[in-house]
Ligand binder design. Structure first.
Ligand SMILES: Cc1cc2nc3c(=O)[nH]c(=O)nc-3n(C[C@H](O)[C@H](O)[C@H](O)COP(=O)(O)OP(=O)(O)OC[C@H]3O[C@@H](n4cnc5c(N)ncnc54)[C@H](O)[C@@H]3O)c2cc1C
Length: 507
């Protein structure tokens, strides 16, 4: 078994991990461990853009109000204040680091998205914002002498000593288990858990590993019932599903039924630009009544191809021409508002363990995330984590406990996929857009029975199972509906629940 030492250990190479690493690199050596290729992450898949109040007539105050309203009274005001105040400086930082944001004659081109009161979403090559940001961060990080990458390597568990996190155990198919120890601390930037659902826009790497390993180590998870379902994934049988960005509706596209009848005005004064939870439930209603749902972007004519080149190309490949055809869409799990509980500097409840990006719950999204606030959150809190972590004292290690030699990646991919599918199907059925007590109890029962049979070597499935259990338990606890969490047996949003959080810690 090999041991590697470093000053800072960052798990994940999305926007949160890369921004943390680049911000820490002048304080010491950084190792970034990432499960698949360096660019396999949700950040890379982001289309619409990154929000910041930089436009004329816009302000941090308006961005704050939109974020709080969309979060349905559950967001943490101070964290949101930090997010929106730091928006403009994060855009400058990313641009300095090489992100080629789209421009027009007045400056940065700003798009409008659902529930934003102003155009404030910056983008790259129209609809390839994540690729634009990640390509530039990866280039910079790969050139940095203090940063090294370990890719295609899955972190399996956290190494703990005297209640502190001192490193991680990682497994890769070629080298077995390696322990990585960090003199300052470990940063979880492992992203979300969309893959616990049957239908999702999330990359295959998003199996909730960071959430599960933090939980096993005793860190608190919170707000796990709040899962965001995106209203407009392209309706094809794919995993992950291809997203049709909300920005397409921002440019005037309208949701319609198969007979071309628009329906969103029935559900919200914001119409097609209502918050995502409302639009997703509306689509659910329409499909429950036997309709099929489409996005009508035909009014954008030829400008569609230039404004949304990636979406245009993908639709054309699928035989759908957005200039003349309706685009079939459906809902899909998209984002986790909850996560590993952190303070505003990214500290978790375990000393020397930090978290940022989608794996963390900083409280900025409340019960429902405002579109394009997630890339911003990833970068803002990465900066905070780097600031806080670099001020810790350096820890030296005399003896190190041995790694668990039994850690091995599942070597039966097909077998693991069957386990994953069982979890994904039951989560879609029982913890999806509409939930009930009976359904969630049944879901927990079925998970229990899977847990009795699931081989311990199926590491991702074990993580998915643990995260699924926490989502169901949290959702059962919240006897109201709010944002991404909707219960048909408790359909009302109840004031006293706004400030309550379900926090779980493994004893
Ligand atoms: C299709 C799509 C479009 C989106 N569009 C937008 C948008 O336009 N604007 C916006 O703000 N948000 C958008 N989002 C949400 C946003 O992209 C994500 O929330 C955000 O990028 C998460 O960043 P992250 O760095 O936390 O995680 P990710 O970018 O997902 O990165 C996680 C990293 O952790 C690694 N990892 C995971 N587990 C392990 C492990 N066990 N060991 C080692 N490495 C591990 C992964 O390999 C990956 O490198 C979109 C999401 C999707 C799926």
């Amino acid at each position: 078994m090999t041991t590697r030492e470093t000053d800072f250990l960052v798990i994940g190479s999305g926007i949160a991990g890369l921004t943390t690493a680049l911000s820490l690199a002048h304080h010491g050596n950084v190792i970034i461990i990432t499960k698949s290729s360096e660019e396999a992450c949700n950040s890379y898949r982001a289309q619409g853009g990154i929000a910041a109040a930089i436009g004329e007539g816009d302000s941090a105050r308006l961005h704050l109000e939109d974020t709080l309203r969309t979060g349905v009274g559950h967001a943490d005001g101070d964290s949101v204040e930090m997010l929106v105040q730091m928006g403009p400086e994060i855009i400058s930082l990313l641009a300095d680091w090489g992100t080629p944001f789209d421009r027009n004659e007045t400056g940065y081109a700003l798009a409008k998205e659902g529930s934003h009161s102003k155009p404030r979403v910056l983008h790259v090559t129209g609809d390839a914002t994540g690729k634009g940001i990640i390509d530039s961060l990866l280039l910079k990080a790969n050139q940095h002498p203090s940063i090294s990458f370990v890719s295609h390597t899955m972190v399996v568990d956290l190494m703990m000593e005297d209640g502190e996190c001192i490193g991680v155990y990682a497994a890769d198919p070629d080298h077995g288990t390696t322990q990585y120890v960090a003199h300052y601390g470990v940063v979880l930037a492992t992203g979300g858990c969309g893959q616990v659902y049957q239908y999702t826009t999330n990359d295959l790497v998003s199996t909730g590993d960071g959430l599960a390993m933090a939980y096993r180590a005793g860190a608190a998870l919170t707000d796990m019932e709040f899962v965001q379902f995106h209203p407009t994934a392209l309706h094809l049988d794919q995993n992950p599903m291809f997203l049709i960005s909300e920005a397409v509706r921002g440019e005037g596209a309208v949701l319609v039924t198969e007979d071309e009848v628009p329906f969103m005005k029935k559900y919200s004064d914001w119409g097609d630009l209502a918050p995502r939870d409302i639009v997703s439930r509306a689509i659910n209603q329409e499909t429950t009544h036997g309709h099929r749902v489409y996005l009508d972007a035909r009014q954008q004519k030829d400008s569609f191809a230039s404004r949304f080149p990636t979406i245009f190309a993908t639709c054309m490949e699928a035989g759908i021409d957005p200039r003349v055809d309706l685009i079939p869409v459906t809902t899909a799990a998209h984002f986790l508002m909850g996560g590993v509980k952190t303070d505003r500097t990214g500290r978790t409840t375990i000393p020397r363990l930090y978290a940022c990006g989608e794996v963390a719950c900083t409280g900025v999204h409340g019960a429902n995330r405002l579109g394009s606030n997630s890339l911003l959150e990833g970068a803002v809190f990465a900066r905070k984590v780097a600031q806080s972590l670099s001020s810790l004292s350096r820890k030296t290690f005399t003896t190190l406990q041995g790694a668990d030699e039994s850690l091995r990646l599942c070597n039966n991919k097909q077998n693991e996929d069957q386990w994953k599918q069982q979890i994904q199907q039951l989560m879609w059925k029982y913890a999806g857009i509409t939930r009930t007590k009976d359904g969630m109890e049944q879901g927990l029962k079925e998970l229990k029975s899977i847990s009795l049979q699931l081989p311990s070597s199926c590491l991702e499935s074990q993580n998915m199972l643990q995260v699924a259990q926490v989502i169901l338990e949290s959702a059962l606890w919240r006897e109201e509906s709010r944002g991404g969490h909707f219960r048909s047996d408790y359909p009302e949003t109840i004031e006293i629940w706004a400030s309550r959080q379900y926090t779980v810690e493994e004893k």
